[in-house]
Design a protein around this ligand. Structure first.
Ligand code: KIV
Ligand code: ZN
Length: 424
């Protein structure tokens, strides 16, 4: 695969030499688009359908606007046939978000496709996303359909959807537990009928990175070939592997990744958008792919979602959890104070967290304490710091978390009355 930096060097060199062959611009676009990962956010659909995560119309709109601001490429706004509320939400998001693609989910049934198309009528960039299961267990126990019936449903629904929208995505639900030959047959029918995005979801969070990578490579070879079709991945987190599986799939050729803010979604959730994006950002040396996300909007977006659905994130949640940039052990704090790179692989600012909260507890050291006092406006002499530190360790033995107001009360009377740094 040609890496982005390599393309960039060629581009710049040719540009500098003014070697402008006629199709150069389009070739540059083509080369670069090879390495662009489209971020398909399904917070408002897969995320919202999980327990405790429902949102009303206004909340969905607020979230959709923030997702657009964050830079996602596609917002899956709902499943219009499921309820009038979902229908209205898709309609409203389609009208409000003009820069992104707005997708609506439907089963491979004519009334579903028609309802999705109706909900998307005002979208600037509509996408109909049609789905049917392909695993034998789903065919037998859920759909009660034969393999050939599902093939015909795929054919008819993609054909119908293409009459309404340029862009049609087809998903083979439970792809990772489907017979590979049959899966490829169904996906090929979808592509023949005009689907430009084919999704191979790990619906039950069952697959492993190496296995998923082989699946994507097989689909790429046997279904896509040289056709202009994007392979999408959609991973659930039942084994805690959703992000790892998605990254493995990207390395194998997937160019769209479906994910949610804070990883919300059915059961254990979906791949978390912030984790995927920051993995690609921090490890660009290994994963040289581009995306449109403004990483500084990750934390504000996560906070907005938490506020809307009224649920607190686990403190140790990667990237956006309260403790994601917190350091308690003295040896870590000392290192971070000297140089954050000692223990931080990304800056808090890069994900929109404005300051590094060194959590003060019984393992904390003098360096962190002095720094926190400085932040509070107190510049202590060594003797004052020593006194405060001994009272601090005493308190920390009794109290799990020490807050700023505790620190001020620990100061000697003299130090207390003499804040030297004026806080504005
Ligand atoms: O998990 C799944 O398979 C889905 C599909 C609708 C893509 O959510
Ligand atoms: Zn899903």
């Amino acid at each position: 695969m040609i890496s982005y930096p390599f393309i960039k060097i060629i581009t710049l060199t040719l540009g500098t030499l003014a070697l402008r062959i006629p199709s150069f611009d389009s070739m540059e676009g083509w080369l670069m688009s090879m390495d662009k990962i489209s971020i398909f956010d399904t917070t408002l659909r897969d995320g919202e359908q999980s327990p405790g995560c429902s949102m009303d119309l206004d909340e969905k709109l607020r979230m959709a606007r923030q997702l657009e601001h964050l830079g996602v490429d596609i917002i899956e706004a709902g499943f219009p046939i499921a309820s009038d509320g979902d229908f209205e939400a898709v309609r409203a998001v389609a009208a409000a978000c003009r820069k992104v693609t707005v997708a609506a989910l439907c089963r491979t049934l004519a009334p579903d496709v028609a309802r999705a198309a109706e909900a998307l009528a005002r979208a600037a960039h509509p996408r109909i996303h049609t789905v049917v299961a392909t695993s034998d267990i789903h065919l037998e126990h859920k759909l009660r359909k034969t393999r050939s019936e599902v093939i015909e449903m795929t054919r008819a629904s993609v054909r119908m959807a293409r009459n309404f929208a340029e862009e049609v995505e087809f998903s083979a639900e439970d792809a990772t537990r489907s017979d590979i030959d049959y899966l490829c047959e169904v996906l090929s029918v979808a592509v023949d009928e005009g689907a430009s995005v084919i999704n191979v979801p790990d619906t039950v969070g069952y697959t492993l990175p190496s296995e998923y990578s082989r699946l994507v490579a097989t689909v790429r070879e046997r279904v896509v070939g040289d056709r202009d079709v994007t392979i999408s991945v959609h991973c659930h987190n039942d084994l805690g592997l959703a992000v790892a599986n998605s990254l493995a799939a990207i390395e194998a050729g997937a160019r769209q990744v479906e994910c949610t803010i804070n990883g919300i979604g059915e059961r254990a959730g979906n791949a978390s958008l912030e984790e995927l994006v920051m993995a690609m950002h921090v490890r660009a040396d290994q994963l040289s792919f581009e995306n449109n996300i403004d990483t500084r909007q990750l934390y504000p977006t996560s906070q907005l979602l938490s506020a809307i659905i009224g649920s607190e994130l686990q403190p140790n949640k990667a990237i956006v959890g309260r403790n994601a940039f917190a350091h308690e052990a003295g040896i870590h704090q000392h290192g971070v104070i000297n140089n954050p790179l000692c223990y931080e692989i990304m800056t808090p600012e890069s994900v929109g967290v404005m300051n590094n909260s060194l959590v003060l507890g019984k393992h904390s050291g003098r360096h962190a304490l002095a720094l926190r006092y400085e932040g509070l406006g107190y510049s202590l002499t060594q003797a004052e710091l020593n006194g405060a530190y001994s009272r601090f360790t005493e308190l920390a033995d009794r109290k799990k978390r020490i807050y700023d107001q505790d620190l001020i009360s620990l100061l000697s009377a003299e130090a207390k009355t003499r804040p030297e740094i004026v806080l504005v």
